[in-house]
Ligand binder design. Structure first.
Ligand code: PLP
Length: 409
């Protein structure tokens, strides 16, 4: 039976060009980039080229890129590292705690970093989202205060694909920073006074403009395995001048921000992956992916009674479909689809296996029961019209069978 993969938000296959670019660094070009001999220099040059490719993709300078072992690590570095480095200015008694603003629907890499900071005495605001999963900029503006040091809001959500208004958020933070600067005699805001803005762009990178200047962010996270690169490699963009402390200590690699011998082959793969994203061929493929998404949404909602779309219809990643079905359990749907050769997911890959309903769907205001009846289909470069037609054929039958078992209606 041909296998259909519709779980591209969990991970993507390595692009053949990415794999080809990586292979020499496992074999003849295996040097350690910290070594001064020829082998080392070859590895170092390859890493520099990858750094340039990322800088080109993000519209920044190469030294502003820090390679990490995953996006989880990059998120941890962005949050723990900047808050640790922030110098909270003299504030009234009891207000010296650093304050961080994030949203209730962030990836666990961000949420758990924030919870860790709370344990260490920081104050965190978890902004709610509206029924479509959008952060309300007005709510964010209200949450900004003198001890706020960092705002971390994801570019696009991994479960429901909702795209956040990053530019608008950045403008609100900037406006607040400008007002603050006016009250400082030196006319210069030290870090801790200037609020930094981090965005996790892991799911956005395949489809959306990631130019950091246009977005107005100070920190941005990427993951290689979500963009047809290898697993176990991530990157953090940290704007020049951003004070940041390491979370991993050792030999001082990556300008002291991430010690540990670099994953050279993986970094080369990440560099090639971002080059591929920018190729016109893949830009055309993304139009096709969006058409498939729309066909899936339209036909599922039309043909399966008691189904609903989770997330925004308009502010949505081109590859994301997240639907809930009354009277059918998400895990059972995923298993039944897998038996028909279709790989899907109930929520994010990280939380599947957990009995808790998705924190993202709960934040949208869904009941526990509806949240448990959700299915995520995420499309990618290899999908064809035939794949979509197959899903549309087998899914209604599966839902009907499961509803019969659960005694629905
Ligand atoms: N952030 C988002 C939005 C994600 O979707 C993921 C992976 O699911 C991560 C971070 C973590 O990425 P990594 O697997 O590279 O640690």
């Amino acid at each position: 039976m041909p296998k259909i993969y519709l779980d591209y938000a969990a991970t993507t296959p390595c692009d053949p060009k990415v794999l080809r670019a990586m292979l020499p660094y496992f074999k003849k070009d295996f040097g350690n980039p910290s070594s001064i001999h020829g082998f080392g220099q070859k590895a170092l040059n390859a890493m520099s080229e990858a750094r340039e490719a990322l800088a080109d993709f993000l519209g920044c300078d190469a030294p502003e890129i820090v390679f990490t072992g995953s996006a989880t690590e990059a998120d941890n570095l962005a949050i723990l590292g900047t808050v640790k480095a922030a110098k909270i200015p003299a504030l009234p008694a009891g207000r010296q705690k650093p304050h961080i603003i994030t949203s209730q629907i962030e990836h666990p890499a961000v949420l758990e970093s924030c919870r860790e900071l709370e344990k260490r005495g920081a104050e965190v605001t978890y902004l709610p989202v509206d029924k479509d999963g959008l952060v309300q900029v007005l709510e964010l503006k209200k949450a900004l205060k003198p001890n706020t040091v960092l705002v971390s809001i994801m570019y696009a959500n991994n479960e429901i694909g909702t795209i956040q208004p990053i530019q608008e958020i950045s403008e609100a933070i900037n406006e607040y920073n400008i007002q603050k600067t006016k009250s400082v005699p030196t006319g210069h805001l030290p870090q801790g006074d200037k609020i930094l803005f981090h965005t996790d762009a892991v799911q956005a990178a395949n489809f959306l403009d990631c130019d950091v200047k246009k977005l107005g962010v100070d920190l941005l996270t990427l993951s290689a395995h979500k963009i047809y690169g290898p697993k176990g490699v991530g990157a953090l963009y940290a704007k020049k001048g951003t004070l940041i402390n390491p979370v991993i200590y050792g030999g001082g690699h990556e300008r002291g921000l991430r010690s540990g011998t670099e994953n050279v082959a993986g970094i080369v793969g990440l560099g090639q992956a971002v080059k591929e994203i920018q190729s016109p061929n893949y830009k055309i493929q993304n139009i096709r992916i969006r058409q498939f998404r729309d066909k899936l949404i339209k036909n599922i909602l039309k043909n399966i009674e008691g189904s609903r779309l989770n997330g925004s219809l308009t502010q949505r990643l081109p590859n994301n479909v997240n639907v809930s079905f009354e009277g059918a359990e998400g895990e059972a749907i995923v298993i039944a689809l897998d038996q028909k050769g279709v790989a899907t997911s109930t929520g994010s890959a990280c939380s599947s296996g957990s009995l808790e309903p998705s924190h993202v769907l709960m934040a949208l205001g869904l009941s526990e029961e509806t949240a448990h009846g959700s299915l995520r289909l995420t499309l990618g470069r290899t999908n064809t019209l035939k794949d979509i037609e197959k899903v549309l054929k087998v899914l209604p039958v599966i839902i009907q069978k499961l509803r019969k078992i659960s005694g629905y209606k």
